[in-house]
Design a protein around this ligand. Structure first.
Ligand SMILES: [Zn+2]
Length: 172
């Protein structure tokens, strides 16, 4: 079952105003009212949030609570949690967003395309017959869901099926 969604840049006027000062991900972490909180998961080490500017519906950012800028700064504990959390979020996304595949990756540094310094993992669901950016700009109808609605559906599923650390019996 595919529902058809309409995406309009105009609706996002409320997020395209002046950019708030400071690191966007730290502001999300701190629940600062200057940013739209699309977080769907939080623990002591990581936060997962729907990207406000998704490449595709269900585009998630997973980032450490600590403001670090390089993958190599992750502690072993963080690395283990991130791996478990990534597997979990893929399972949740499979059920909620129902893509046919994913792109996962990091951009580190501005030349690599990172617009936010704070280290973050992109989880980008892929769908058959995706609409291109040209269709978006032309204002044509595309199969996409508005980010707050995606966040709502993911939160609902996460509440039903909470994260459990897969690699250890002791939780931290
Ligand atoms: Zn930050």
């Amino acid at each position: 079952m595919n529902r058809e969604y309409f995406f309009s840049f105009g609706k996002y006027a409320y997020v395209t105003g002046p950019k708030p000062e400071g690191c966007t991900l730290c502001l999300i972490r701190d629940r600062d009212p200057a940013v739209v909180d699309l977080s769907v998961y939080r623990d002591g080490l990581f936060i997962a949030a729907v990207n406000l500017y998704p490449y595709n519906p269900g585009h998630l950012l997973v980032f450490p609570v600590r403001h670090i800028t390089d993958l190599r700064e992750l502690t072993l504990q963080e690395e283990r949690r991130l791996t478990g959390l990534t597997r979990y979020l893929l399972d949740i996304s499979d059920r909620v967003v129902k893509p046919v595949g994913y792109n996962l990756g990091y951009n580190m540094g501005h030349p690599a395309g990172a617009s936010i310094d704070h280290l973050h993992l992109h989880i980008i669901p892929r769908f058959p017959n995706e609409s291109g950016i040209a269709d978006l700009i032309a204002g044509k109808r595309v199969l996409i869901e508005e980010p707050p609605e995606t966040a709502r559906r993911l939160r609902e599923r996460i509440a039903q099926e909470p994260f459990q650390e897969p690699f250890s019996s002791s939780s931290s």
